[in-house]
Design a protein around this ligand. Structure first.
Ligand SMILES: *[C@@H]1O[C@H](CO)[C@@H](O)[C@H](O)[C@H]1NC(C)=O
Ligand SMILES: *[C@@H]1O[C@H](CO)[C@@H](O)[C@H](O)[C@H]1NC(C)=O
Ligand SMILES: *[C@@H]1O[C@H](CO)[C@@H](O)[C@H](O)[C@H]1NC(C)=O
Length: 304
């Protein structure tokens, strides 16, 4: 039992906002058309005017809003890049009146956002669900998207992979993993997604996280999960090669999208794709071993 005024989640989110602000980013909401509004953290206008730097878009995974997923990347990458960190539609404060729910719609929305921001060329880095979005942006806008990083993201997912994931988690539906409603379900998700064991963390903490970070837009998020065109597909993988240089980054112990999926994506995407595996991490190497993750990505983005 925790007194309600002592919410770790709300205190920590104040800390996260401060980290983003001291990295030179500012929060804003932009109407990308008459139906969709995207909330994002972007460089302050004086920063983009002052200094020429390449642009980098960070696309978060299924879970809490972007600030919860990218703190260590924002702090690391802002000296080298103009970093843009949107909340995907129905996460954080991004929303739409449109009925569309596919990852292609997410990709179109972020591409429109970058156009509104007048950023002509940019690299994309997507993790998990955000990797599906990154892939589609790269395919759709070969003239705008420069290099592509797909991290821990089974964009080649088949029905059989989905079934195997449900079995590993010992659940019936994917929502029970991706949209936890109870402390127990959240424990299952972290068991799969993080390689360190977190048994010591008490239920009141998990309950706080579920209530504050997973309860908003629940219905729409369920529609996003069933709208994943690559997942609802059958047993054939439709993954067209990309024109860009692609880096795949994976944790060797990933139990959401096992490492063997990364080897297959590398085959499917062809010669311009390389794979880096981070030992002793699972589905969130950007958090579990951020130093190594950041260096791998920086070397790829800054290399020729
Ligand atoms: C937005 O505009 C499009 C065409 O420009 C139209 O079809 C659609 O109904 C509009 N949506 C809303 C919510 O006004
Ligand atoms: C969304 O906006 C509301 C009010 O505009 C604000 O209170 C809330 O903190 C915002 N949520 C996020 C996740 O930014
Ligand atoms: C991974 O973990 C094992 C066992 O804990 C350890 O022996 C090994 O050195 C670790 N490898 C790396 C690259 O950290």
């Amino acid at each position: 039992m925790a007194p309600s005024f002592l919410s770790f989640v709300s205190l920590y989110s104040i800390y996260l906002r401060r980290c983003f602000a001291t990295s030179g980013l500012t929060a804003q909401s932009i109407d990308i058309d008459n139906e969709t509004t995207i909330h994002l953290w972007a460089p302050k206008p004086d920063q983009t005017a002052q200094k020429q730097k390449p642009a980098l878009v960070l696309l978060h995974g299924f879970g809490p809003s972007a600030i919860w997923q990218w703190r260590r990347q924002v702090q690391f990458f802002t000296p080298y890049f103009h970093v843009y960190v949107p909340d995907l539609v129905f996460f954080g404060n991004s929303t739409t009146k449109s009925k569309e729910r596919s990852e292609v719609f997410q990709a179109v929305s972020i591409a429109k956002l970058m156009e509104k921001l007048q950023v002509k060329k940019y690299h994309v880095l997507g993790t998990s669900y955000g990797g599906f979005v990154a892939y589609n942006m790269a395919k759709m806008c070969p003239n705008k998207v420069e290099k592509v990083v797909i991290a821990s993201s089974g964009v080649n997912m088949r029905k059989a992979d989905n079934m195997a994931l449900l079995k590993r988690a010992n659940v019936v539906t994917i929502e029970e993993i991706m949209l936890p409603e109870t402390a127990t379900q959240l424990r299952t998700l972290t068991r799969l997604a993080v390689s360190k064991r977190l048994n010591m963390i008490p239920d009141f903490f998990w309950n706080d996280v579920v209530k504050q970070l997973y309860s908003e837009n629940r219905e729409e998020k369920m529609e996003l999960l069933s709208g994943l065109t690559l997942v609802v597909g059958d047993d054939t993988v439709k993954l067209a090669p990309l024109q860009q240089d692609v880096l795949l980054v994976w944790g060797d112990e990933d139990q959401i999208f096992p490492l063997k999926m990364a080897y297959e994506i590398k085959e499917l995407l062809g010669k311009k794709t390389r794979l880096e595996v981070i030992q002793n991490t699972s589905h969130v190497p950007q958090i579990e071993n951020s130093a190594q993750f950041n260096n791998i990505v920086k070397n790829f983005l800054c290399g020729s």
